[in-house]
Design a protein around this ligand. Sequence first.
Ligand code: BGC
Ligand code: BGC
Length: 813
Amino acid sequence: MVRNLKWLAVSAGALALATAAETQTADTRGVAHPNLWPSAKSQGLVDPKTEAFVSQLMAKMTLEEKVGQMVQADISTIRPDDLRTYPLGSILAGGSSPPLGAPDRSPAAAWLATARAFNAVADEKRPGRTNIPLIFGIDAVHGNSNIVGATVFPHNIGLGAMRDPALMVKIGRATATETAAAGIDWAFGPTLTVPQDERWGRAYEGYSEDPKVVASYAGAMVEGLQGPAGKGTIQQGYVAASAKHFLGDGGTTGGIDQGDADIPESDLIRIHNAGYPPAINAGVMTVMASFSSWQGEKMHGNKSLLTGALKGRMGFDGFIVGDWNAHAQVPGCNKGDCPTAFNAGLDMAMAPDGWRELFHNTVAEVKAGKIPMARVDDAVRRILRVKVKLGLFDAARPYAGKLELVGAPEHRAIARQAVAESLVLLKNNGVLPLKGSAHILVAGADADDIGQQSGGWTLSWQGDGNTNADFPGGTSIYAGIAAAMKAAGGSATLSADGSYTTKPDVAVVVFGEQPYAEMRGDIRTLEFQPGDKQALALLKKFKAAGIPVVSIFLSGRPLWVNPELNASDAFVAAWLPGTEGAGIADVIVGDAAGKPRKDFRGMLSFSWPKTAGQFTLNPGEKDYDPLFPLGYGLTYARGGTVGQLSEVAGVDASLANTSVFFTKGSVPAPFTFNGDPKVEVKPVDSATMQEGAAQLSWANGQQATIGIGAAKMNLARETNADIQLQITYRVDRAPTAPVKLTLSNVSLDASQLFNKAGPEWRTVKIPLTCFRDHGGDMANVTTPFALGTTGPFTVSIADLRLAADPAGSICPK
Ligand code: BGC
Ligand code: BGC
C-alpha cells in the first residue's frame, strides 16, 4: 500500500511541507497534512549542560558501546556477567520474568538484589571502557504491580472513571516511589491508548474511549511518575515514564491485539494521539512503539510516524523504546535482526531473548552502512540524555532499598481513595447504601480474592494463579465490607457459594472476568459468561429467596450483563480495583442508620453496551445507542432507577471461544472434532469429572490421525508471546510406533510424552514457538491439535487448550 505522510519521512530538523500534489496521491484515506498533527515540545529534557556531557561521553564510546545502548534484554535470559561481554544499555523484567534466583512472585528484596547485581557489573570501572549506568524497566502499570507487597492501584479503566487528574499525580508519585525503592528506574506507563473496541484484551489498560479523558490524565501521570518536568530524579524517588503504545493500539480492526488500525489519519490523530502532546509537554522521557500497525504498516517500521510525527512535529526529545520482540514483526526482520526499525526511528529495541544476535547484527549493519552512523548517534544521544536527566550518572540510587516504602500505608490510602472514586453505580433500586447495622452475606468466588480484583499485570503477566497470601497488606472486597459492617455495629459473613444458615438482610455478590493480559484477553463478543451463567444463577438464587442483591462486578471492560442487571437490586461496576478492596465498603456501606458515608462519583469512561454485539460503541458514531452512555453514573444524591432490560444478547455465544479445544468431555464451539473411523473414541472419567475425558484407541496395525478442526486462526501473536498448547492426558496403553503431534502444518515426534502407560493424569505444555521453529505457519492454523500413530495405542484426553505460563513447558524432540 502506498504510504501517506511522505512529507514526514524526513529528519526532524528539516521538516518540510509536502506539496499538495504529493499528499493527494499518497493515500486516499489519509489526509496527510502537517497541520493536522499538533505541535508539542519536550519540556526539561534538553539543556546545554546535559548535551555537552553527552557529547563528551559519546566521543569516547566505541561503536559496540553505542549499539549496546540501543539493545534491551530481559532478565529471564541475561545474567549480570553477560554485561562484561555485551555492553547493553538496559534491562527489563517482563511480566513473567522472575528476579535472579527467586520465584516470579517475590517481594521487593529479591528485585532490589537483582537490580543491584546488574548495576554492579554495569558500573564496574574497567580499562578502555566508558562507564554508563544501566536503566532497568518494569511494567509498573498499576503500582509496581510485579512485586509482592506493593500497593496495587486500580487498572486504568477504573482510574478513568474517577475523572480526577489531581489524584493521578499522587498515584504516579506513589508508583514511582515503590518502583525506585525496589531498585528499578523506569515504569512502562502510562498507557495512553484510546480503546475503541472493547473486545480488545487491553481495553482496561486505557483510561477511556474518550480522547479528552486520556488527554486530561497523560500529563498528570507523567508528572506523578517523573516529577515536575526536568526536575524529578531517581534520587528523589522518581522514575522514567513511558507513554505507550505509539500509535493507534486501541484502534485495531475487530479489537484484535497487535492488529491493524485501518483508519484515516485524521482519526489516528484526533482519537489515538490525544494523550501524547500533553505527555511530551510534561517531559515524558520515553515512548514505547506499538506492536500494532496503521493501514497495514507495522509501527516499528513506520518512519513517518516515529521520526516525522513524534520526534519531528511533536518535538519529542526522549527516546523511543520498542515493544517485546515487536521489531521481529516488521517485514524482513526477526528478533535478532532489524535495521529497518532503527532506521525508522526506534532508539532502543526491546529484545528480551534475541539481544545477543541483535547486538551483533546491528554492529555489523552499522559497519556496512545499512544503518547510518548519524542515526546511531541520534539514538544514543537520546538514551544518554534520559539517563542524565533521571540522575543515573549522579550518585547511587538512594531510594533503592527503602523497602518500607513498598506498600506503605500512605500509598495504600491513595489507592483506597482511588478505588472509592472509580466505582460506577449502574443501578440502585434503593438497597444501597447498606445499613451498617444489618447482617450481610458476601458471596461469589471473587469476594475474598485479591488476585481476581487486581486482574492482569499483577505479580504475573496474566495475573492468574495469585492467592491472598501473595498480597501481604492487601484487603479483599469481603474483608473491607466485614470491617466496615463491624465498625457500624452490623456483620458480614463470607460465603463463596452463597449458602447460608441465617437469612441475611442483603447479599453482596462479587463476580466478574478472570484475569487476562494482552491478546489472551481478546474476546469475540461482549457477552459476560457466554454459555455458562454461573454468577447469574447465584443472583437468581438470592432473588428467589427474597433477599435483596447487590452486584459488585469486576471487569476490564463494559460487558453485556443485562440478565445480571435484571437479577440485581443494585449493580456496581468496580473494574479491577487492586489491593485496596476497602475502598468499595467506604462507598457501599453506610452508617448504622443507612446514611451514606461517602457518595459515588465515578462516571463511565467507556460506553456500556445494550447488546453483546455493540463492539465499537463510541459517542459521535451514527447509531450510538448504548445502555449507559459515556459519563453515566448514579449517585446517592441524584438517585435514578433502571427498569427491566432485554435479555436477548444479539450475538452467537459460540463466537466467544478462541482457546479451549476440548474440555469437560466435549469439543466446544466453534471448534470441531476431526475423527477417523480407525480410532475408537469413548467417554471416560477425568480426574475431576464423570465422563470428563475422551479415550482414544488406535487399533493394532492401523495408522490414523484424529484431532481438532478450526476455521483459520492466527496464532502469530500467541507464538510471539510464548503461549503454549496444553494437553492434559493419561496414557492407558503405550504406543508401539512414533506418535506425531500436529499443530498447523507441523507434525512433531511427541513419542516421549506418551511412551509410559500409567494411571496418573499429566499436563504438558508445548510452546507454540516449538511449532513455529519447525516451520509452522502460525498465522493460518486450521488444526490446533492432532495426534497420529500406528496402533496399538490408547490415550485419554481430559483437556486441550492454549495456556500462558511458559514455566515447565517442553518442546518434544
Ligand atoms: C507489552 C508492553 C509491555 C512489555 C514489557 C509487551 O508485550 O505490550 O505493554 O510493557 O511487553 O513487558
Ligand atoms: C512477558 C510479558 C510480555 C509478553 C509478550 C510475556 O512472556 O512476560 O512481559 O509482555 O510475554 O507479549
